[in-house]
Design a protein around this ligand. Structure first.
Ligand SMILES: [Zn+2]
Length: 296
């Protein structure tokens, strides 16, 4: 059965500003057992309305949120945590509109919150893919030639709507996906070598980009143009195609319009959700644990 972090369990941990700040303190300075400065047994007092701790022995001050994505925010930490929680329980992501509605904050604030959370997600990495790996590319956005002529004329910078994405997924494992400038072999092979472990077997479609795959990999393909989707029972690209559907649902369904500049963040978010599909209960803490790694 799929494990999830229930709202009830979540609320038990993060129901007050104090509980949230204590957690952030532990993430940044370790266990709350001793003063990080004078090492006296922990005896802190918190200053109301300031995200600050005073050590009662040496009077040192600690600002756990300083330098983090929470540094300048006036939005309560409980609200941040709740939105972060929503990121881990929804199927196709959380839109800025939804954050705006849920918290009663401005759209601008909501948009910023979403992106700050995506920055944390962006530093969660995965190991190189191994074993059987499916690789494929997809196209996000509208091709200019499919746009209405009038729209095309007004759409300054319409090229921005186009994005090539390359992705690879290990069978029963993780996915890695990223924006690429084009889908030529010269562009894709270095990416493949970077994210896939030597010795892996790579399945693709018949795209000529994958001809003459580097020697360190085995390669086989299915011919979609000839209606071939599975070969010998194992050669197929169904998992990566599924991931593309998820990604498109997230981008088109939840966020509607996404600029080229931010697409990678949505790809990362989508990959994170896919990679933790069987351990959804750990996703929240995983995101939060990246707090010390992302600067304000
Ligand atoms: Zn101290």
């Amino acid at each position: 059965m799929k494990k999830t972090l229930t709202l009830k369990e979540f609320r038990k941990r993060y129901d007050t500003e104090e509980a949230c700040l204590d957690k952030i303190f532990r993430l940044r300075y370790g266990k709350l057992e001793a003063c990080p400065k004078c090492h006296a047994p922990a005896d802190f007092r918190r200053v109301d309305k300031r995200r600050c701790y005073f050590c009662n022995s040496c009077d040192a001050q600690f600002y756990p949120t300083a330098g983090t994505i929470f540094e300048k925010t006036t939005t309560p930490l409980v609200d941040w945590m709740y939105i972060m929680y929503l990121f881990t329980t929804t199927r196709n992501g959380v839109s800025a509109k939804e954050i705006e509605r849920t918290l009663g904050v401005t759209y601008k604030c909501a948009w910023r919150m979403g992106h700050k959370i995506r920055e944390l997600i962006g530093v969660i990495g995965v190991e190189k893919l191994k074993g059987i790996v499916e690789a494929d590319e997809c196209f996000i956005g509208q091709k200019a030639k499919n746009m209405h002529r009038k729209k095309r004329e007004v759409a300054v910078g319409y090229r921005e709507r186009m994005a090539n994405v390359f992705g690879a997924v290990e069978r029963d494992g993780n996915v890695v996906a990223m924006l690429v400038s084009d889908t030529k072999s010269a562009t894709l092979f270095p990416v493949i070598e970077n994210i896939i472990e030597k010795g892996a077997t790579i399945y693709t479609d018949k795209s000529t980009s994958y001809d003459s795959m580097p020697d360190k990999f085995s390669h086989d393909s299915v011919d979609h143009n000839r209606g071939q989707y599975v070969k010998d029972g194992v050669v197929h690209t169904n998992n990566i195609e599924n991931f593309w559907s998820n990604l498109k649902r997230t981008i088109k369904g939840t966020h509607i319009h996404v600029s080229h500049k931010h697409i990678q963040k949505y790809i990362n978010e989508c990959a994170f959700r896919y990679n933790n599909r069987d351990s959804a209960d750990t996703m929240f803490e995983m995101i939060l644990s990246k707090l010390p790694e992302v600067k304000a």
